[in-house]
Design a protein around this ligand. Structure first.
Ligand code: KG4
Ligand code: ZN
Length: 337
């Protein structure tokens, strides 16, 4: 059998990553995190671009070495063409183009958000892939989307956030609590020891299948401001309970609309994707939906937050459809779905 071997390159935000996927299976998935942003409370675009520049050569090299393949065995180079930070995207796309010329291999332009969903279609020993149609809740730092997947490359957004993304809600709440960026994993960690019903925050419910998270951020801000007036040590003394309550509110908001989408579409093959899908409560609540007769797909942790394996699997499906890019394409900060 002729193998299909794809190199994936991801550089849309603050992770430089490269992966080799052969016939849908991961041979390597190398991720370099950029810790430099921690002290600034968020990703600093120019610093991200510079870090990508210094990481990209060793990261791609490591992915090829770890996969145990030779460069000439790569059939195509898939890279994130958008959406993302433009300077960060430029580094990955320029590198991919240079490599495409030097190896004489075709390019594939990957859509970062569609690739998050396709992380569910990475093949593994003993794993069954989601049946189609598949309903996916994609929750990341920049996006919150309910996606109806008819085919791996035929995805339709049926619900989205009208303001902040779920990851942003986690990160902004964490910042108010004095936690470093990215705050999502820390809220998850402190919440493990906290009472989710101790403090009540509003669960927004706007019409249709869309989300709104900006009200939560304001509610947490005013709540903390009022509490520290009477007790300056309020946050320190109640950190676990505040984190558990915030996390509970975000997860219940996410689930309420997603269950509405399940009812409307009648789809029983469901899952989560994106950085926030690493959240332990969201994973637990999602898996519990199997009690309603659903097949639930929750990705491995390494495929939740930004990674190049999802770009390579996207490339694998594009390759099978002979869908190639070219050198004239420039990456895009915003990209239609
Ligand atoms: O998908 P991703 O890596 O990057 C984007 O494309 O945005 O998602 C990053 C987001 C951040 O907001 C981060 O706080 C959130 O995912 N995140 C989490 C957890 N791990 C990452 N949020 C809640 N709980 C987690 N365990
Ligand atoms: Zn992402």
């Amino acid at each position: 059998m002729q193998h299909i071997t794809i190199l994936g390159i991801e550089s849309s935000c603050d992770e430089t990553s490269a992966s080799i996927i052969r016939d849908g299976r991961v041979l390597s998935n190398f991720i370099a995190n950029q810790e430099i942003h921690e002290k600034y409370g968020g990703v600093v675009p120019e610093l991200a671009s510079r870090a990508h520049q210094s990481n990209i050569v060793p990261v791609v090299n490591s992915a090829i070495v770890q996969a145990g393949i030779q460069r000439h065995e790569i059939d195509a180079i898939a890279y994130t063409a958008g959406p993302g930070l433009i300077g960060a995207l430029m580094v990955g796309s320029s590198f991919a183009k240079g490599l495409s010329i030097s190896l004489n291999k075709p390019l594939i332009e990957a859509h970062h958000m569609k690739a998050h969903v396709l992380a569910q279609f990475i093949e593994e020993e003993g794993k069954t892939l989601p049946t189609l149609p598949f309903l996916c809740l994609t929750v990341s730092g920049g996006h919150t989307q309910i996606v109806l997947v008819e085919e791996p490359l035929n995805q339709k957004v049926i619900g989205t956030t009208i303001d902040d993304a779920a990851g942003e809600a986690f990160d902004k709440a964490a910042k108010i609590l004095g936690l470093p960026y990215p705050g999502g994993p820390l809220i998850d960690k402190y919440a493990q020891e906290g009472d989710p019903f101790k403090f009540k925050f509003p669960i927004s419910d706007i019409p249709g299948l869309d989300y709104s998270f900006s009200g939560l951020k304001t509610a947490v801000l005013y709540f903390v401001r009022d509490q520290i007036k009477t007790n300056p040590a309020f946050v320190e003394e109640n950190l676990n309970d505040i984190c558990a309550s915030v996390q509970h509110t975000i997860v219940e908001t996410l689930l309420a609309k997603f269950e509405k989408a399940m009812e409307q579409t009648g789809v029983k093959s469901i899952g989560i994707a994106g950085g926030v899908s690493a959240n332990s409560l969201l994973r637990k609540r999602m898996l519990a939906l199997s009690e309603k007769g659903c097949d639930v797909f929750v990705p491995k942790f390494e495929f939740c937050t930004d990674n190049a394996a999802m770009i390579a699997i996207y490339g694998y499906y594009m390759y099978k459809e002979n869908h190639f890019g070219d050198l004239s394409t420039t990456p895009k900060a915003r990209m239609e779905y």
